[in-house]
Design a protein around this ligand. Structure first.
Ligand code: THU
Length: 160
C-alpha cells in the first residue's frame, strides 16, 4: 500500500508581505546572526523566537575549537528559553542563516535535523504548534505551520 504525505507551506518573496510581528522577528534574527560566533565555519546563523507573553528571545550559533562542542542558533535560543521561561509557550521561530558574505545564490537555510528534533521536544511539551520561518537576505521566506511538518515520523516522549 502506498501512502503519501503532503507538506503545506507559505513562501514569501519580500519581507513586505509579512505581518508586523513577522517583520520584527526577521529583523531580530538578522541582527542576532551578525553576532554569531562562527570562526570555524564562517557560516552565520541567527534566530528570533516569539514567546506567548510577547517576549522575543534571540540566539545564534556558538562554535568551539573542539567542533562538536558548539551549538546551532536554534538550540542556543530554545535551550535558553527552556531554562529561563519553562512555562512560556513558543509561538514562532524565525531563522536567518548563511555564509558570512551572502551571494545572490545563497538559499534560505532550513534548520538542521538535530534542531528540528530539539524544537519538536518543545512542540510536544506545549501541545501547541510552533511556526517556523527561514529566510535568506534576499527575503525568500519559507514558513511552515509546525515543527512536525519539517520532521515527519518524528520520535517523541509518547513512544517511551
Ligand atoms: N547551524 C545553525 O546554527 N543552525 C542550523 O540549523 C544549521 C547549522 C550552524 C552550526 C555551525 O556553527 C554552522 O551553522 C555550520 O554548520
Amino acid at each position: 500500500m502506498k501512502k503519501e504525505l503532503t507538506l503545506n507551506f507559505d513562501y514569501f518573496t519580500a519581507a513586505a508581505e509579512l505581518s508586523d510581528i513577522e517583520k520584527t522577528l526577521f529583523e531580530k534574527a538578522k541582527t542576532a546572526r551578525e553576532k554569531a560566533y562562527a570562526p570555524y565555519s564562517d557560516f552565520f546563523v541567527g534566530c528570533a523566537v516569539l514567546l506567548e507573553n510577547g517576549e522575543i528571545i534571540c540566539g545564534n550559533n556558538q562554535e568551539n575549537a573542539a567542533f562538536p562542542s558548539g551549538l546551532c542558533a536554534e538550540r542556543t535560543a530554545v535551550f535558553y528559553i527552556g531554562a529561563n521561561f519553562p512555562e512560556q509557550k513558543i509561538k514562532k521561530i524565525f531563522i536567518v542563516g548563511g555564509p558570512r558574505i551572502f551571494s545572490e545564490k545563497t538559499p534560505a537555510i532550513p534548520p538542521c535535523g538535530a534542531c528540528r528534533q530539539s524544537l519538536m521536544e518543545y512542540e510536544t511539551k506545549q501541545h501547541e504548534n510552533i511556526e517556523v520561518y527561514f529566510s535568506n537576505l534576499k527575503e525568500e521566506i519559507y514558513k511552515v505551520n509546525a515543527v512536525k511538518d519539517l520532521l515527519p515520523f518524528y520520535f517523541d516522549s509518547t513512544f517511551l
